[in-house]
Design a protein around this ligand. Sequence first.
Ligand SMILES: [Zn+2]
Ligand SMILES: [Zn+2]
Length: 361
Amino acid sequence: MQTSRGAVAMAEGEPVQMVEISVPDPGPGEAVVAVQTCGVCHTDLAYRDGGITDEFPFLLGHEAAGIVESVGDGVSNVAVGDFVVLNWRAVCGECRACLRGEPQYCFSTSNAAQKMTLADGTPLTPALGIGAFADRTLVHSGQCTKVNPKARPAAVGLLGCGVMAGLGAAINTGAVTRGQSVAVIGCGGVGAAAIAGAALAGASRIIAVDLEDRKLKWARGLGATHTINSSDGDVVEAIRGLTGGFGADVVIDAVGIPRTWKQAFYARDLAGTLVLVGVPHPEAKVPEIPLLDVFGRGGALKSSWYGDCLPSRDFPMLVDLYQQGRLDLDAFVTEEIGLNDVEGAFMKMHKGDVLRSVVIL
Ligand SMILES: [Zn+2]
Ligand SMILES: [Zn+2]
């Protein structure tokens, strides 16, 4: 066991506190990782505000890169000293999805069996089973994905959650391919990554939609060919206007509210694909749409969980593309901050001032 510093949400809505935590030595199948960087994600704020579960206290942080410091018995996928990006999809190999050869949908993912605790022994709930706003964290070894150690940790660590969700919404769930038209509604971290994913996949027309010109500018930098400020008028008409009057082949809703989902539904061309990647509020409902429109327009209405990624397949590949200059992960790192600055980063994120603030440990 060792002690570490961690950013912990003690009670609903209260500012996170820097406290001493206890990190057990890794048991069978577990690893302790010396965290180098960890991005600040909306999900961390949602945990703090009680929007996910009420299992306080939470050890926040889950978009992390670091070095494996120690491993427990039976760990073979990583070794001490490996540079890893942490994931929240350590696949089981035994569930229905895994057995049919679709581990990216694994229904029974693993986390560490032991608990990290506060100094007084109170067990912590790590955000998304990771908890990486800390110098050290304990995870299941399957949550460690080895990538090229020459890569910049602050950039590639973001593949651990939001950036992977967006890239995967385009590449995996939307199955965007060369020559297609893609529209992305909402250009925060996830939406901006969806734009980068569409560009990487060879889409020829990439339309970014947001309320803020600043985000539309970021989107252009990541590959958007056209932008629409949604405060200027009807988003569906604007997307149709940029696609020969038809709509886009793939429309990605990176906001996740009924209004944007409905826009995405109607902004598709016939037989087009809608991908929902923004996390909806628990009380949000599917908007009322004539069933005949669902039938008559054809295509697919999909949801993208974590970009339908398989970390062992996608992280090393995307890091290689980053190293080759074909995927600009640096563009997502708006600022590097200290562990004490997490609360300030929540404010900036809430106001839309950043794609990502990244804590450097
Ligand atoms: Zn499984
Ligand atoms: Zn996240």
